[in-house]
Write a protein that binds this ligand. Structure first.
Ligand code: GAP
Length: 445
């Protein structure tokens, strides 16, 4: 089993991620987050918001609508250029992204003959690549035939740029400043796959950072954000050897420079987040299409200009997939006994702790444990488990990524101490109930 298959299986077994519409055989490229996955996602998004908005003087957040006026997508260039090259097998009729079959350098330089490449599934001949729009269409209105055709947003970015004027006039921001957003995006991907890696519905977490339209100044910010975003992944425990920067050979229609932060997914580098220098593309295009003045007046220099944009665009689902992959370990505890454990950073872990009464048939232990559980859950998500033997309960929490298991035993009744078992080292220590809160809080600081 490769790492994607192992994670897909663990994710379903423990309630992190399920196939979307599972009982109907699924819907390709859609995924549902289960109880643990939902907590992990909330934690990840909260950490993003804290770092990118809460702790910064120069960034504010917004939450724009998913469905926008279709003119937005003309202005942004998506109706014209947001497309993938599609090739179809003449024999089995499976469809592929030609740029996944033809090596990148050759594809970008258009230096290839399609006859040199064969269908990856049956070896059949492929058709010449043709443009396939990945925008997902939707229709609004109540009268058939008069419905307005628009799109489910292909990126969350445009919701920020169309609000540039609103944000400048309703807040105290001054350039350089950024607007962050987290939300759903939709793409009709030709080949969804690799678990959640390429989905048709997914979430993005983005920053649009507006700077003076000067090459040196904008490149300084580009470098700053490139490094800051890598640091964020490291600060949440991702292993540095699994991260890489990749410079784009082919730039998107809006970009002046671009790098990906890649993750080493089972030996293959895969895009996790993009850092893009978008130049003045977005604001000048929206100005042209909306006929509104979207320039910025700089009070300091008394200049009026269209700012440049440095964008950091990460996938929430991809980050979750790669944090899970990075945390996944199979460890031999003793000969023939292998445990599966998710060594997630405590800040990301769905449950911060699990509380167990040693025996479920001793009411005095259950009552004491319940009190500990009730007091801790006021602050954090905490699991409760009273079934089976303690060893099995530890293993279940290892697979859930719970960093601390707290057991209430007969000594607890005497001295008000509990056993705290550490997920990563499997060592145990006695801690006073009165100190448990500070103990967990210190791990989350
Ligand atoms: N606003 C720029 C933008 O959307 P992108 O490189 O197309 O740039 C940014 O997407 C990030 O969104 C990617 O790095 C990835 O993490 C995530 N993403 C893109 N397409 C995705 C898909 N089909 N499934 C899951 N995540 C995706």
């Amino acid at each position: 089993m490769d790492i994607f298959e192992k994670l897909t299986s663990l994710a379903k077994r423990r309630g992190f991620i399920y196939q979307g519409s599972d009982i109907y055989g699924g819907l390709a490229g859609t995924w549902d987050y289960g109880p643990l996955g939902t907590e992990l996602k909330r934690n990840l998004k909260n950490e993003y918001w804290k770092t990118m908005v809460q702790l910064r003087d120069d960034v504010v957040g917004i939450d724009a609508a998913i469905i926008m006026n279709p003119k937005v997508w003309e202005a942004s260039g998506h109706t014209e250029s947001f497309a993938d090259p599609l090739s179809e097998c003449k024999k089995c009729h499976h469809r592929f992204r030609a740029d996944n079959i033809i090596p990148e350098e050759k594809f970008v330089a258009a230096d290839f003959t399609i006859a040199d490449y064969k269908c990856p599934d049956c070896g059949g001949e492929l058709t010449e690549p043709k443009r396939f729009s990945t925008l997902v269409e939707t229709y609004l209105g109540v009268i058939d035939g008069e419905k307005l055709k628009t799109y489910l947003r292909g990126e969350i970015t445009q919701g920020v740029h169309v609000n540039f004027k609103n944000v400048v006039s309703s807040t105290r921001v001054k350039i350089p400043f950024g607007v962050a957003q987290i939300g759903k995006a939709f793409r009709n991907e030709i080949t969804p796959g690799d678990f959640t890696f390429r989905s048709r519905e997914f979430e993005q977490m983005e920053l649009q950072f507006y700077v003076k339209p000067e090459d040196e100044e904008s490149m300084k910010w580009f470098e700053y954000w490139k490094n800051a975003r890598k640091q964020w992944y490291l600060s949440l425990g991702m292993r540095e050897e699994n991260l890489n920067f990749k410079k784009h050979v082919k730039l998107a229609h809006y970009a002046k420079a671009a790098f990906d932060i890649e993750y080493n997914a089972g030996g293959e580098w895969k895009e996790m987040e993009g850092i893009h220098h978008r130049g003045t593309w977005d604001l000048s295009r929206h100005e042209q299409f909306s006929k509104q003045d979207l320039t910025y007046f700089d009070e300091e220099t008394k200049e009026r200009y269209t700012p440049m944009v440095i964008e950091t665009s990460g996938g929430v689902d991809r980050a979750i997939l790669f944090f899970l992959m990075d945390a996944y370990r199979e460890e031999e505890v003793k000969e023939g006994d292998v445990r599966t454990v998710l060594k997630l950073h405590p800040k990301l872990a769905p449950m911060k702790a699990a509380v167990f009464p040693l025996l479920s048939n001793k009411p005095e232990l259950v009552e004491k444990a319940r009190n500990v559980y009730e007091s801790l859950r006021k602050e954090w998500m905490v699991a409760w488990d009273e079934r089976g033997n303690i060893g099995k309960r530890y293993r279940a929490q290892d697979e859930a990524g719970t960093p601390y298991c707290i057991t209430i035993d007969f000594d607890t009744l005497e001295d008000d101490t509990v056993t705290v078992r550490d997920r990563d080292t499997m060592t145990q220590e006695r801690i006073k109930i009165a100190e448990l809160r500070d103990f967990i809080a210190s791990k989350l600081a």
